[in-house]
Design a protein around this ligand. Structure first.
Ligand SMILES: C[S@@+](CC[C@H](N)C(=O)[O-])C[C@H]1O[C@@H](n2cnc3c(N)ncnc32)[C@H](O)[C@@H]1O
Length: 312
């Protein structure tokens, strides 16, 4: 199994009533074992370069989808407020420990398939290393588009099935699945790699206009990472990222798209929307009963709970 085919962590499958199963990182030590050991310093640095290139330096309200332990959040420092959303409460507790409590950060446990916000709320969204766990990208993109304002920016990273290593493995008979076919491949339960053309099509179908694509992590090969100086690899990757405009053959692809078409105007004070009955709720900084269905949405340890079936 190659590095990009390995499941990234000890994630748990959480079945839902009417939306796809969630791959939750509840209780996972992902940040510690995947990033903090330094083994993926190159990938982290390559992603930082891509984000600097794609992310508008300033903005008002940003939604970070699948924020995990907040590895990327400091990279959005120019935005007035960032909503860190993840299905896993323990990931958000780690994020809160790293970033602290401030009006700048809003922590929300919720499912990307049932985003608990009023339509048209956000000026931007990011989804990094998270589409990788979504079986139903169509529903996910439709949900993301719903909560974005017109012309909001959407920065998306996805795992590319048509990468050079996968192509070579396929041609030499070491891998069964075809990296050129358009359907997503589930190489381990709830871990998906996508074809770039499919992602572009899904973005278009969900009212996103693609502005730019960068290929990232071209040198995700342990032998290279061991032998070539970190700074050299990152510099080479930085140059090669621009080839993403023409062809995408790297294991990771970053895209910048804009929400097009109308989005509703957001009423004064409206922020959350009940994931059960869609009634609008304020960002109250406390637990609140939904006036529509009377469900109690808790606010605990600085985290808004909007999962319909929280595990804890
Ligand atoms: C591989 S981690 C990436 C974390 C972070 N974006 C990063 O790059 O360091 C994927 C995260 O997505 C979250 N996730 C997966 N499916 C989700 C869903 N349906 N709704 C909300 N979060 C989800 C997981 O709990 C996990 O924290």
């Amino acid at each position: 199994m190659t590095d990009e085919q390995k499941p990234t962590t000890n994630a748990t499958a959480i079945p839902q009533d009417d939306t796809p199963t969630v791959c939750s990182y509840e209780g996972s030590n992902y940040q510690k074992v995947f990033w903090d050991t330094g083994e993926r310093r190159y990938e982290d640095a390559a992603e930082e370069v891509a984000l600097k290139r794609l992310m508008p330096p300033h903005g008002k309200l940003l939604l970070e989808l699948g924020a995990g332990a907040g590895r990327n959040t400091p990279r959005y420092a120019g935005w007035d407020r960032v909503v860190l959303l993840d299905y896993s409460r323990t990931q958000l507790l780690q994020a809160r420990e790293r970033l602290g409590d401030s009006p700048h950060y809003i922590y929300v446990t919720a499912d990307i398939y049932k985003l608990p916000f009023v339509a048209g709320l956000f000026d931007g969204a990011t989804m990094i290393r998270t589409l990788h766990h979504l079986s139903d990208a169509q529903t996910a993109f439709a949900n993301v588009r719903r909560v974005l304002a017109n012309e909001a920016v959407f920065i998306l990273e996805f795992a590319n099935k048509r990468n050079l290593k996968a192509i070579a493995r396929y041609l030499f008979g070491k891998q069964k699945w075809n990296p050129f076919s358009k359907e997503q491949v589930e190489f381990v339960a709830l871990n998906y790699n996508f074809h770039p053309k499919t992602v572009r099509k899904l973005l278009k179908e969900n009212q996103f206009k693609l502005a730019k694509q960068l290929t990232v992590s071209h040198f995700r090969v342990n032998a290279l990472k061991r032998r070539i100086k970190h700074e050299t690899l990152v510099a080479l990757d930085s140059v090669l990222q621009h080839t993403g405009r023409i062809v995408q053959l790297s294991p990771s692809v970053f895209s910048k798209a804009f929400a097009i078409g109308p989005s509703p105007r957001v009423d004064e004070g409206a922020f959350f929307a009940c994931p059960i009955c869609d009634t609008s709720l304020p960002e109250a900084g406390q637990s609140q009963h939904c006036p529509g269905c009377n469900h109690l949405w808790e606010y605990r340890d600085g985290i808004y709970e909007f999962r319909t079936h929280p595990e804890a």
